[in-house]
Design a binder for this molecule. Structure first.
Ligand code: HEM
Length: 435
């Protein structure tokens, strides 16, 4: 198993890693942006350099646009495909080698994950999930979110040196997505650990050690979800995943991949949204005071957090043919990096984009949840979790403050904090508001 995994790493991460390192040493801003956290580059400054080069900037391997209008147009244009080897026009021996060494693991960053499959096949995976994730089922989760938030806040009140990631922002979405998947209590903590190991797979050019650890975690997740799927097939629960299993007509591998995608997408992003919001609001006391005094501003505040510090910083698409779009020419197989977080700072759409302003009228036009056929399926769930959790946290701890410097996760794509040390005094218990 190990040699084939190594070949997979060389092809999917090792070669891009080497190429990026060379370009980063030559000061190419796109390469520095992609290896950023490893080298301590300032991603926002690099994005501004990229933007200054015009709507599309090209390097030998990759193009990039931080133009909001163009990013959105690319995401919504079905002539652009997902970035997988089959769409890249690679030499045949390479695609053969990639297929031969496929470890057949439920990797959310590879087919058959819906995230990495184009229509029409994409609908086969997306429809059953979208069907199960109706507004009605999401609304049913509201009560569970309120209950879990209360429980976490009670525990926080009794914790001497709380870390708002480990003690609050992480356990809430983890618990909710575990409910969605019907995962029993006993498996929940392993699920979190595996998510942590798998998250770097969304970066470009990860190290061999990180890749191997992620593959080990995926192998374990595959076994556990395999048993879990069998159990739910025999005894379906009232959870969303049981509905997907019953109605989706998907194979075991497709179901396991869907489960790992939902676990990762549902947890690894929402934890960042809640954590980023806490830090931004604590660092902008005027904005926090405004939303405390006017709770109807919470939904807008969350859109502004999504715009200002997007939990998913980038995605990419590959041109399926030679094409023209918005006055730009793209060649067949050209890979275009779409830095969603950079598009969300485009001054052409968001005036004074580096100002955090919870009353920004068009904050909701951000691309933090992407757009087009792959637009996030969990957006309303994430928004609901964040609104309930943040409003309750700031009501319960009126004098909440940072007690140290928040520690970033250090990934290029999933943007958030590993630890947020705080202090504050709890007021009397109040039930979190679900609306
Ligand atoms: C703040 C929280 C979240 C953010 C920022 C986020 C962001 C994203 C983005 C950017 C994409 C599309 C990537 C692309 O176009 O290549 C996506 C897709 C997806 N997200 Fe989310 N997400 C969040 C929460 C969730 C939650 C809570 C769930 C599930 C419960 C979820 C499930 C999915 C799924 C299944 C897809 C794949 C859709 C497809 O390919 O058709 N996400 N998300």
């Amino acid at each position: 198993m190990q040699p084939t995994i190594w070949i997979q790493w060389v092809l999917s991460h090792g070669i891009p890693r080497a190429a990026l390192s060379i370009q980063a040493r030559r000061n190419e801003p796109l390469a520095r942006f992609l290896v950023g956290p490893r080298r301590g580059g300032d991603p926002l400054a690099l994005l501004e350099q990229i933007r200054a080069r015009g709507p599309v900037s090209r390097t030998p391997f990759l193009s990039v646009t931080a133009d909001h209008g163009l990013c959105r147009a690319i995401l919504r244009d079905n002539r652009f495909k997902v970035t997988i080897p089959a769409n890249m026009g690679l030499p045949r021996p390479i695609t053969w080698l990639i297929r031969r060494t496929d470890p057949q693991l439920p990797n959310p960053a590879e087919p058959p994950s819906m995230l990495q499959v184009d229509p029409p096949q994409h609908s086969r995976y997306r429809h059953p999930v979208a069907h199960a994730f109706t507004p009605r089922t999401i609304d049913r989760l509201r009560l569970r979110i309120i209950e879990k938030t209360s429980e976490l806040l009670d525990r926080l009140a009794a914790t001497p040196h709380p870390d708002l990631v480990g003690d609050f922002a992480a356990p809430l979405p983890a618990e909710i997505i575990a409910d969605v998947l019907g995962v029993p209590e006993t498996l929940r903590s392993q699920m979190l650990e595996r998510g942590e190991h798998g998250a770097p797979l969304l970066d470009v050019g990860v190290s061999w050690k990180t890749f191997r650890r992620a593959m080990d975690s995926l192998r374990e997740a595959d076994q556990e979800f395999g048993h879990h799927i069998e159990q739910l097939r025999n005894e379906p629960g009232d959870d969303i995943f049981s509905h997907i299993i019953r109605d989706g007509n998907l194979t075991r591998r497709e179901l396991a991949t869907t489960a790992v995608l939902l676990a990762g997408a549902g947890f690894e992003t929402t934890v960042n949204l809640i954590g980023n919001a806490i830090v931004l609001l604590l660092q902008h006391p005027d904005q926090l005071a405004m939303v405390r005094d006017n709770p109807e501003l919470w939904p807008g505040a969350i859109e502004e957090v999504l715009r200002f510090d997007s939990p998913v910083q980038m995605t990419s698409r590959t041109a399926g043919c030679d094409l023209e779009l918005a006055g730009q020419h793209f060649s067949a197989h050209e890979i275009v990096l779409l830095p969603l977080g950079g598009a969300n700072r485009d001054p052409a759409l968001f005036p004074d984009p580096n100002r955090f302003d919870i009353t920004r009228p068009n904050a909701k036009d951000h691309l933090a949840f992407s757009s087009g056929v792959h637009a996030c399926l969990g957006a309303s769930l994430a928004r609901m979790e964040a609104t309930i959790a943040l409003q309750a946290l700031f009501e319960r701890f009126p004098d909440l403050q940072l007690s140290g410097t928040p520690a970033p996760r250090g990934l290029a794509n999933l943007h958030g904090y590993r630890h947020i040390p705080v202090r504050g005094t709890s007021t009397a218990v109040r039930q979190p508001n679900g609306r």
